[in-house]
Design a protein around this ligand. Structure first.
Ligand code: FMN
Length: 455
């Protein structure tokens, strides 16, 4: 009896527990959706997460059976000053680095625009959380209402228009996140070495709680609405926020900022990326630079940007679409202006992933995003060429438990189909490229390439 009581209390602490899923996903999320305006519901959900109502993900036994870690390799120069700021005598050598994603399911940009709930979102089970889009100066975004649910299609239309508290406020948040991370890891280290039985250590033994998750932090950057020379805004953001990020994303694909998507034209994009790469050299730590693309690009446009995309370390594919597929069944809001996301864009964004992977001959790290609703959807994007995936709209319809579910489902698919690791899936739709890459991987593991892991 007592044992059973303990057991149910223990499941209460686990994010993958039945009780957690029932309460958060089957009661709270539908209530928020039913009674609150979408933007208000989103703010309440973010506030819940920030205040620690979301419990920590506990990997299911199935997840432990497969390797879901994946590395992004990138070359960069880091600014190694010799301490004399006025001296030109600094050692700027180009080196190869690797950033390791603990699991391939991430939270897409736009959910936590100002970086207010980074650790709780990681604790939910996201292997990486992309905050932003951040603009250098604070700006309110478009007038409300600016977010609409197409419930019958499991889609969302938004025209937020980069509402951002600005880089100064975001810097405070990411700085606090990094400080807490440092403190917690040193506390854990000292606990590991201690043999004293504190009350807390006894409580932890009875009700084991997973450690705070060590996910990666992506910072997605944009420009202020009124800035004429976009480059200056992206460079400012990189210099101010870059050192706090595990990776940076140049967002040039939001449909809600006038003329932003013009920066996707090969020449403009080339100039912007060069400026961002120069700025990145001035950071004191190696940070990969990615670009986020729209799903509305034609094949020709995509082809024309390939040489420029080779300059960056990865591509986020895709943002929301301006188009309205004729298959939409929702009666309300379909005509609202803004970017459509969720289930209706799933195939379109997967197709862009597939095309880009093929055009780049498999030599690209793709973050696949758009309409993921299940482990099978994530698997599809990985096969098309994504190395990791992200989601946003699913959180609105399924609640925070969707992360645990998708992690478990993907692991189950991998186990059932005989894939031991993610590299066994990535790009499988492209047979020739896939087997060439497997061969390269094998040769590389033999030669033990000289790559540094970013800590
Ligand atoms: C309400 C909302 C706000 C968003 N805001 C941003 C943003 O600020 N920056 C960005 O790069 N993408 C933003 N996105 C796009 C998402 O990051 C993602 O690319 C897109 O929604 C497709 O994924 P999904 O179908 O899983 O939602 C937003 C999406 C939604 C639904």
């Amino acid at each position: 009896m007592l044992r059973q009581g303990f057991r149910s209390l223990r499941t209460l602490t686990g994010k993958s527990s039945e009780i957690y899923h029932r309460v958060s996903d089957q009661v709270v999320t539908p209530l928020l959706r039913r009674y609150l305006d979408p933007e208000v519901a989103h703010n309440v959900a973010l506030d819940f997460a920030r205040k620690g109502f979301a419990l920590r993900h506990r990997p299911s036994p199935m997840e432990d059976r497969v390797n879901v870690k994946i590395s992004m390799s990138f070359d960069t120069t880091i600014h190694e000053s010799n301490g004399d700021n006025n001296s030109s005598n600094s050692n700027n050598e180009n080196k190869r680095f690797a950033l390791q994603f603990p699991n391939p399911i991430g939270l897409a940009a736009g959910f936590d625009k100002d970086g207010e709930a980074i650790q709780p979102l990681m604790d939910m089970g996201f292997g990486f959380v992309e905050i932003g889009t951040v603009t250098p100066k604070p700006q309110p975004g478009n007038p409300k209402p600016r977010m609409f649910r197409l419930a019958d299609d499991l889609g969302i239309i938004n025209r937020y228009g980069f509402n951002s508290k600005g880089a100064d406020a975001v810097e405070e948040n990411v700085k606090a996140f990094r400080q807490t991370q440092l403190r917690e890891s040193s506390e854990l280290e000292s606990k590991d070495g201690s043999s004293i039985m504190s009350f807390q250590s006894i409580a932890t033994a009875v009700f084991p709680t997973p450690k705070p998750a060590q996910g990666l932090l992506g910072i997605n950057i944009g420009k202020n609405k009124t800035t004429e020379d976009a480059k200056t805004d992206y460079v400012k953001n990189i210099l101010q926020l870059g050192s706090y990020a595990d990776y940076l994303v140049i967002n040039i694909s939001s449909p809600n900022t006038p003329n932003l998507r013009d920066l996707q034209k090969a020449q403009a994009m080339g100039e912007l990326i060069q400026a961002c790469l120069e700025a990145r050299k001035r950071l004191s730590k190696p940070v990969p630079l990615l670009v986020k693309l729209s799903p509305d690009l034609t094949t020709e446009e995509l082809k024309s940007m390939v040489p420029v995309l080779r300059l960056v370390d990865g591509v986020v594919v895709t943002n929301t679409t301006n188009q309205r597929p004729k298959e939409l069944v929702s009666k309300h809001h379909v005509e609202e202006m803004g970017g459509l996301s969720g289930a209706p864009i799933k195939d379109k964004s997967t197709e862009v992933i597939r095309q880009l992977y093929k055009e780049m001959n498999g030599n690209v790290f793709i973050v696949g995003v758009g309409g993921i609703g299940s482990g099978e959807d994530a698997y599809e994007k990985l096969k098309a060429g994504a190395s990791v995936v992200q989601l946003y709209s699913l959180m609105v319809y399924d609640g925070p438990g969707c992360v645990s579910r998708i992690r478990h489902d993907l692991a189950t698919i991998m186990d059932q189909r005989g894939h031991k690791c993610l590299e066994d899936i990535i790009g499988r739709d492209h047979e020739e490229i896939f087997w060439r890459k497997q061969q390269e991987r094998h040769e590389m593991s033999l030669s033990k390439e000289n790559t540094m892991i970013v800590e």
